[in-house]
Design a protein around this ligand. Structure first.
Ligand SMILES: [Zn+2]
Ligand SMILES: [Zn+2]
Length: 406
């Protein structure tokens, strides 16, 4: 069977599954679950895969709300693949489903969920016509917690030759501009006292975090243009007439890559130490279990996705016309530093409605959003077919990946 015939087949499968996929998307959209708590979302997706006869591990690679299933021709024994691996190539398709506090699915991960799982179901339906192996990974905690890196450390990408996912956005883009990011929690411990009667007995934890915050604000003038520091104070004391004993905040520190991130993290930590030094409070610093890494762009894979999405009528916004200030971070960056990967965006909302805008949550439940997810499922499945059936594409994707290794 020709590649074109296989592509027609997966697109028809996605169309056939439309109602089922949209029911799942709407259900996840209507019940936003935060990082690591995506119990119902992951259960819905796992059920859909199991109904198609796939064997799924729910609670995979160390995370309760992660899942994993793999299918395709058995890897041949005794023959070493080009990368020292055995037999048929394996492509991973990733599905996210966590939401944001307060603003729900304003990042549209309900759409990512059905794009990834829809693609996997369509590929599974090819049965023995599938030209290689497919691993579908349900990846929790993208918005916070760096779930994909935790899963990678637990072996989720072992034996994978390429990783694919699609993210909704406000234009069609071959990739998302993404820099590295570290999550920081700070807490100050002071001593409470009556703020009027005996202030001299107190150690003011609010003053400490305010000094730390102001020091970060001063630091911002003297960092590289592509670096970012932003955060919130989550605990600021209990009563005006009590010297605050404990305060806390959460901050994100971003830089172009891991190498630039390390010194910036040290400078930010010094700002918060200044708050402790100035007030006598004790500082507690908690960095995230894993830093988010920048996305390593893979042109051969991205071009395959682009051509497949164009075949569905999508036109892509030129990356070079994006304002350079537009930068996000994603744990797909960590995946892309490990295997050749893509993280394209498909327009689910108008151009003036970016992700993480509360308005975007509405678009993630709209007809336009759902169209992006279904097109995403088709384009991901077709890109997986391109990769699995084309040794030259596999080789070029690997060569570009290796060349970018610093
Ligand atoms: Zn997102
Ligand atoms: Zn997001």
């Amino acid at each position: 069977m020709s590649l074109d015939a296989l592509k027609d087949d997966v697109c028809r499968s996605v169309d056939r599954m439309r109602d089922q996929l949209l029911r799942i998307s709407r259900s996840i959209h209507g019940n936003p679950e935060l990082a690591f708590q995506e119990h119902e979302a992951s259960a819905l997706l796992v059920d859909a895969l199991r109904q198609a006869g796939l064997e799924v591990t729910h609670g995979a690679h160390g995370l309760e709300t992660a899942f994993s299933a793999e299918f395709g021709p058995i890897r041949q024994q005794g023959r070493q693949g080009r990368q020292g691996r055995q037999g048929s190539p394996c492509v991973a398709i990733l599905a996210e489903y966590d939401a944001l506090p307060e603003i729900g699915h304003a990042c549209g991960h309900n759409l990512i969920a059905i794009a990834g799982v829809g693609a996997a179901l369509a590929l599974a339906a090819l049965a023995d016509r599938l030209p290689g192996r497919v691993r579908v990974l349900g990846t929790p905690a993208e918005e916070h917690g760096c779930g994909k890196e935790l899963m990678r450390r637990a072996g989720a990408l072992d034996g994978v030759d390429a990783a694919l996912m699609m993210h909704p956005g406000s234009v069609n883009l071959v990739s998302m501009p993404c820099i590295a990011m570290a999550e920081l929690g700070v807490a100050y411990h002071g001593r409470s006292a009556h703020a009027s009667a005996m202030p001299e007995r107190g150690i003011n934890a609010l003053d400490a975090i305010v000094v730390g915050y102001q020091a970060v604000a001063a630091l911002r003038q003297h960092i590289a243009q592509d670096e970012r520091i932003h955060g919130i104070i989550t605990e600021g004391g209990e009563a005006p007439n009590v010297v605050p004993e404990r305060t806390a905040g959460r901050f994100y520190v971003r830089a172009a890559n891991e190498r630039n991130l390390a010194p910036l993290k040290r400078r930010v930590e010094a700002c918060f130490r200044a708050g402790a030094e100035a007030t006598g409070a004790t500082l507690e610093v908690t960095w995230g279990a894993a830093d988010y890494l920048d996305l390593r762009f893979n042109e051969p894979l991205a071009s395959s996705f682009r051509a497949n999405a164009e075949s569905l009528g999508r036109e892509f916004f030129p990356m070079e016309q994006l304002p350079p200030s537009i930068q996000g971070s994603t744990d797909m960056g960590n995946v892309s530093q490990h295997v050749p990967s893509i993280h394209p965006m498909l327009a689910a909302a108008p151009i003036d409605c970016p992700i993480h805008n509360p308005e975007f949550a509405k678009w993630a439940g709209s007809e336009q959003g759902e169209k992006a997810a279904l097109d995403g499922a088709k384009a991901l499945a077709m890109t997986a077919l391109d990769f699995l059936s084309d040794a030259d594409l596999q080789q070029r994707a690997r060569a570009v990946f290796d060349a970018a290794e610093s």
